[in-house]
Every structure is written in structure tokens, then in C-alpha cells.
Design a protein around this ligand. Structure first.
Ligand SMILES: C=C1C[C@]23C[C@@]1(O)CC[C@H]2[C@@]12CC[C@H](O)[C@@](C)(C(=O)O1)[C@H]2[C@@H]3C(=O)O
Ligand SMILES: O=C(O)CCC(=O)C(=O)O
Ligand SMILES: [Fe+2]
Length: 328
């Protein structure tokens, strides 16, 4: 067996990445929320990538930094302290295991409901809770604005047809803090990749992601190739989720994404998943359906979709079970 030196391994992964970058230059669409015409850019990005970056978002940097510092303090606690939060069922503190169907990754996380006061079992959780509430309120407002611009861009009325789902008191939104510690195995693995969070699509309407300046997030393009998303700690990234794919009858595609672990730097990300109320029917918006166009999906509620999603593995195609075969 040939044993490769570390330098040789690095050379391999450099060549691979260089080729990928040459073929697929970084082309993440950026939307400036301060621009009145941003709705057109949002629609284009949702159609082409199911993903875009948001600048001039209006979320105070102070809220972001405070939450980052509280989250860093939380993840620095001894494991026994973090475990007091309780295992994720689905909410709680999780370490390496993602969901309950056998997925694992180089990650620890805190998963919380976004609509109730977070249940934090640490000593003096007041500052953390306060930072979470301020951050979530500001991000929710921005997500609402984005969904209203989506409605405007799609020329559908009323403009809160999508945003009202996540603004509903009973919306089933989720908040997640992910911490990816530096991973020593990255340099030892042959292709230089260790999975932090395996490939998947998010089940909700949209997800609003912010991370520190450590790379790792990748999105899959329509041709199946992966591109790295350059980190930007001042900006947010929006993922189209499965529910929005259905509501647009497939015009927008939920973006497949994953996170690769980093050998040197830790990554901290915070994601707000905008979910509808459990009772909500998830179906194509009638005003988007032309003539005799049929729904690509059978009718289902968010409760039904969520139940099915939480019984699936990360990489599964969750919408497959809800496709309307008669329409294809
Ligand atoms: C493996 C799983 C984790 C997940 C529930 C699931 O069974 C399949 C969907 C996963 C996902 C991906 C996006 C979000 O991070 C998440 C909270 C969600 O709503 O769906 C996770 C779920 C989880 O970690 O519990
Ligand atoms: O941590 C990240 O940057 C992304 C994680 C993710 O996709 C998720 O939690 O659903
Ligand atoms: Fe995700």
C-alpha cells in the first residue's frame, strides 16, 4: 500500500479544488435589501440556485456579536453542563448525532423552538436567552421582509401570503446553533473532506443562516457539482426550503447543502428555519397556477411533512413521497 505524506495529500485536494473552482467560479448571488428592485434579484436567485446572500439586511451587528459570544461561551462549557440541556428530541443539545435516524457529523449543536422561550439548563442563562430573543426577533423581521419581496416578485397578493405563515403565533419555526470544532482528521483523510453536516435540503419555507468567518458551507448546483460558499460574517445566507418549492409548484428548488469540517478553525453558525403552523396546508399558491397546470405534489399539512421528514435520513429526498405522479 502506498502511504502518502501530508504534503502529497494536500497537493491532491488542492488540485481537485482548483479544477472545481476553474470550472465553477464562485457565483453566489448577492441581494442588497436596501435596493427597491431587490425582489427581481431574489426571484432569479431562488429559481437558479435556491440560495442567495443578503447584505444591508438591517439586523444590528450588536445582536449578532452578542449571540455569537454567548453561543461560544455555551459550547466552551464542559460536556456534562451542556448535556443538562437534554438530548435533542428533537430540541436540546446534540453532539455528533444529527436527528434520530443514524446521521452523524463533526458538529455539536443546540436546537430550539423559535416561538417559545428557549429552555436552557445552564447556570445564569439570562444573558444567553436575552441574546437569543433579540437576535431571533430581528432575523424574523428580515425573513418576513424577504418573503414579502418574494410575493411581490412573483406578483402574488396579498404580499404577506408567505410571510404570514412564519409570523403566525403558532408558526413552527426552529432555531439552531451549530459549532464545528477544528477537525484533526481532515488532513489525514484522503480527499481532505470530513463531513460536518451531511448533504440535505431544509424542510421549511426558507432558512436564514449566519456564520462566523470560517468556511465549510457548500451548495449543490443543478448539475450536481458542489461549490463552496465564501464565509461572510456580516451577511446572511438564505436557503429555499422544501415547503417553498412546493408552494411555487417547483419554480423554486430547495437547495441541497452540506458543511465540511475545517482542520484549523472552528465554525459557528446560527440558523433560523421559518416554518409554518403545523395545521397549514402546504400546496402550490393558486395564483401561481396557470390554466390547467396541475400540482406537482399531493396535498399535505406541515404536520404530515414534518412527521415524514423526521423519520428520514439527512440525504433523503423527502419530497419524493409527496409527488403527484399524475402530474408528471
Ligand atoms: C436527520 C434529520 C435531522 C433533521 C431531521 C431529520 O430526520 C431530517 C431533516 C433534518 C433537518 C435539516 C434542517 C434542520 O437542520 C433540521 C432542524 C430540520 O428541520 O430538518 C434538521 C433535523 C434535526 O436536526 O432534527
Ligand atoms: O451549519 C451550517 O452552516 C449549516 C447547517 C445546516 O444546513 C442545518 O443546520 O440545516
Ligand atoms: Fe440545512
Amino acid at each position: 500500500m502506498v502511504i502518502l505524506s501530508k504534503a502529497a495529500i494536500e497537493q491532491f485536494s488542492y488540485v481537485r479544488n482548483k479544477q472545481a473552482a476553474a470550472l465553477f467560479p464562485p457565483l453566489i448571488p448577492t441581494v442588497d435589501l436596501s435596493k427597491p428592485d431587490s425582489k427581481h434579484h431574489i426571484i432569479k436567485a431562488c429559481e437558479e440556485f435556491g440560495f442567495f446572500k443578503v447584505i444591508n439586511h438591517g439586523v444590528p451587528m450588536e445582536f449578532i456579536s452578542r449571540l455569537e459570544s454567548e453561543a461560544t461561551k455555551f459550547f466552551s462549557l464542559p460536556l456534562s453542563e451542556k448535556d443538562k440541556t437534554g438530548q435533542p428530541k428533537p430540541y436540546g443539545y446534540g453532539n455528533k448525532r444529527i436527528g434520530s435516524n443514524g446521521d452523524v457529523g463533526w458538529v455539536e449543536y443546540l436546537l430550539l423552538t423559535a416561538n417559545q422561550d428557549p429552555n436552557l439548563a445552564t447556570e445564569n442563562p439570562e444573558n444567553f436567552r436575552d441574546a437569543l430573543n433579540n437576535y431571533m426577533a430581528a432575523v424574523k423581521k428580515m425573513a418576513c421582509e424577504i418573503l414579502e419581496r418574494v410575493a411581490d416578485g412573483l406578483k402574488i397578493q396579498p404580499r404577506n401570503v408567505l410571510s404570514k405563515l412564519m409570523m403566525d403565533e403558532q408558526s413552527d419555526s426552529v432555531f439552531r446553533l451549530n459549532h464545528y470544532p477544528p477537525c484533526p482528521d481532515v488532513v489525514q483523510s484522503l480527499n481532505g473532506n470530513v463531513i460536518g453536516f451531511g448533504e440535505h435540503t431544509d424542510p421549511q419555507i426558507i432558512s436564514v443562516l449566519r456564520s462566523n468567518n470560517t468556511s465549510g458551507l457548500q451548495i449543490s448546483l443543478k448539475d450536481g457539482s458542489w461549490i463552496s460558499v465564501p464565509p461572510d460574517h456580516h451577511s446572511f445566507f438564505i436557503n429555499v426550503g422544501d415547503s417553498l418549492q412546493v408552494m411555487t409548484n417547483g419554480r423554486f428548488k430547495s437547495v441541497k447543502h452540506r458543511v465540511l469540517a475545517n482542520s484549523i478553525k472552528s465554525r459557528l453558525s446560527m440558523i433560523y428555519f421559518c416554518g409554518p403552523p403545523l395545521r397549514e396546508k402546504i400546496a402550490p399558491l393558486p395564483s401561481l397556477m396557470r390554466g390547467d397546470q396541475q400540482s406537482l405534489y399531493k396535498e399535505f399539512t406541515w404536520f404530515e411533512y414534518k412527521r415524514s421528514a423526521y423519520n428520514s435520513r439527512l440525504a433523503d429526498n423527502r419530497l419524493m413521497h409527496f409527488e403527484n405522479i399524475a402530474a408528471s
